[in-house]
Design a protein around this ligand. Structure first.
Ligand code: AMP
Length: 188
């Protein structure tokens, strides 16, 4: 039973690494960004509401996210573990998650913080934008997302450090090296 939270700036490799670990551990990879992108592509009410925030690189309001996470973590497949990628994104989401996990009688094992320097992140996201056509992977929006990360999400590093749940990993290495560093933590 493994429950992991991925933290780190946009472009740090959270999605890629969370996907690999989730497959290996046979637990769901819960990416709020993927859920929102799917909703946007499908044109659902959630997608329509989230679109303008996502395209500007702003966080979607908590009111759109919290129910969605509660619903996902109470599904049957999430009872044997999960990996959260892109949630929590601010202190109020982290507090909500604390309360939710308490209700579900669950605790997270590790908060894995992928560290990568800003200039590397910008290059990576521009490359991803070229390959995948993500509408928020343009230089202006990327710079804004990094600012949003610094202001709203980075405070969670201290939040989880204080509970001794935080493990920081150098994310500026090859995909395989980062995966192996993460596996070492998870299997320790
Ligand atoms: P990501 O794929 O995690 O980088 O998320 C892409 C975009 O989706 C973000 O820039 C936000 O607009 C939105 N988003 C994803 N997760 C969250 C969240 N937990 N809270 C608010 N907005 C989110």
């Amino acid at each position: 039973m493994t429950r992991l939270i991925f933290l780190g700036p946009p472009g740090a490799g959270k999605g890629t690494q969370a996907h690999i670990l989730a497959q290996e551990l046979e637990i769901p990879h819960v990416s709020t960004g993927d859920i929102l992108r799917n909703a946007k592509a499908a044109g659902t009410e959630l997608g329509l509401k989230a679109k303008s925030y996502m395209d500007r690189g702003e966080l979607v309001p908590d009111a759109l996210i919290l129910d969605l996470v509660r619903d996902r973590l109470t599904q049957t497949d999430a009872q044997s573990g999960w990996i959260l990628d892109g949630f929590p994104r601010n202190v109020s989401q982290a507090t909500f998650l604390d309360e939710l996990l308490q209700k579900l009688d669950q605790v997270s094992d590790y908060v894995l913080n992928l560290e990568v320097a800003d200039e590397v992140l910008v290059d990576r996201m521009l490359e991803r934008g070229r390959k995948q056509g993500r509408t928020d992977d343009t230089e202006e929006v990327i710079r804004h997302r990094l600012e949003v990360y610094r202001n709203q999400t980075a405070p969670l590093i201290d939040f989880y450090k204080q509970r001794q749940q935080l493990v920081s990993i150098d994310g500026d290495r090859s995909l395989e090296e980062v995966t192996s560093a993460l596996k070492q933590v998870v299997h320790s």
